[in-house]
Write a protein that binds this ligand. Structure first.
Ligand code: AOF
Ligand code: ZN
Length: 368
């Protein structure tokens, strides 16, 4: 196998490992490291690590601890440039040097000003051979939330839609209807578990009375913050979103003042509030995404309804589009989907097409 083919193969494995803690590392990205050693039988992984839940320790010291003395002379595969700053532990770049690593293969660059280029510089000045940008796009897809927050100072948005065979997402006045089967729903819950925030409009929150928690065996603890856009505070205190605050935080974006009686009742029930700008009776979305990012949260999954989804799309704020297309047809007065798998606007590229049971899944990414 050529060096390039081998590097790509191990980097692909590292990128898969990094996915393990997506959504669980706080404001830190989930990054992975593999330590690979040449043996008579070919290359062997002697250490692996992924950023710990909560964000520390970083991936590198964990992988190096596992490798021990076998790290000396080995190659390290890192999905993000190793850090160059002192946190609770020394910089990972220094740790790689001290461990005697001979070669470092990196994927994505780190825009964190404390790191950006400095991590690789430390390695090179210690005589380590460095190869950058291996599978950089693939690694960046997994780090999309972190990179968007760092580079654009706003949260990354994934818009999820379930669309009927005739391009509808629900029935007028009745909100969304169950269109997708159990396999697709499981997939939605996995995406929720990887997100920092799930966002819906108050119309959906009122009409559907959703829970927006993760209800998959083993992942119940992974419910993200639920955020409702509710300029007029229409969310009832008796809604499931309020009643299950014990399972996951509920945030409400509104311009209503703290002494508004509806707000006081929701606050009493445990809801928290984000002060939002309201323009034409609509919450200003770019500012909201900046606010979310400033709170150290990177990924927002938008789950409805049609007006909110349409607004995110119209304002060019959708970074990733996930469309589940059902074989079912919505009869009667339907609510048209703002976009279907056939009408994705220019500027998006298809990243994946799959089936979950009978439901088709298409994922698109907005080009930088
Ligand atoms: C690494 N390995 O596994 C991760 C890194 O708050 P701190 O001190 O933990 O630093 C956070 C920064 O560390 C974050 O902005 C990013 O630059 C880097 N993340 N670096 O070497 C890792 N998760
Ligand atoms: Zn580090």
């Amino acid at each position: 196998m050529t060096d390039t083919a081998r590097d790509r193969r191990f980097m692909a494995a590292a990128i898969r490992l990094a996915r393990l803690h997506e959504g669980r590392t706080g404001s830190n990205p989930s990054v992975a490291t593999l330590i690979v050693r040449e043996t008579a039988d070919g290359p062997v992984i002697v250490g692996s690590g992924v950023t710990a839940v909560g964000g520390r320790p970083h991936a590198e010291p964990q992988a190096l601890a596992q490798a021990g003395e076998l790290a000396r002379g080995a190659t390290a595969y890192v999905t993000l440039e190793p850090c160059a700053h002192h946190g609770r532990t020394p910089p990972c770049a220094d740790t790689l040097v001290t461990a005697g690593i001979a070669r470092v293969v990196g994927a994505a660059a780190d825009p964190d000003p404390r790191v950006s280029g400095k991590g690789y510089a430390i390695l090179r000045s210690a005589g380590i051979e460095v190869e950058e940008h291996v599978l950089a796009d693939e690694a960046a897809a997994g780090l999309a939330g972190y990179l968007t927050r760092r580079i654009s100072n706003r949260a990354h948005v994934t818009l999820k839609l379930a669309v009927s065979a005739n391009g509808m997402i629900g029935l007028k006045g009745k909100g969304q209807v169950a269109l997708t089967g159990p396999l697709a729903r499981r997939q939605v819950h996995v995406t929720r578990a990887r997100s920092d925030v799930i966002l819906v409009g108050s119309a959906t929150a009122v009409a559907d009375d959703p829970e927006l928690t993760v209800r998959l065996a083993g992942l119940e603890e992974r419910s993200p913050i639920r955020l409702v856009l509710d300029e007029n505070l229409r969310l009832p205190v008796a809604s499931k979103l309020v009643r299950n605050i014990g399972q996951a935080p509920l945030w409400i974006a509104t311009s209503a003042p703290p002494d508004d009686p509806a707000r006081m009742a929701l606050a009493e029930a445990g809801a928290e509030f984000i002060a939002a700008d309201v323009i034409n009776n609509r919450i200003a979305l770019p500012e909201l995404l900046e606010d979310v990012a400033q709170r150290g949260l990177s990924t927002v999954m938008v789950e409805g309804g049609a007006a909110v989804a349409g607004a995110f799309l119209a304002e060019g704020l959708v970074d990733r589009l996930q469309i589940y297309t059902s074989t079912k047809t919505v009869a009667g007065e339907g609510v048209a989907a703002p976009v279907t798998a056939e009408t994705v606007p220019a500027g998006f590229v298809r990243r994946r097409t799959d089936f979950f049971g009978e439901d088709r899944f298409d994922e698109f990414e907005r080009l930088g």
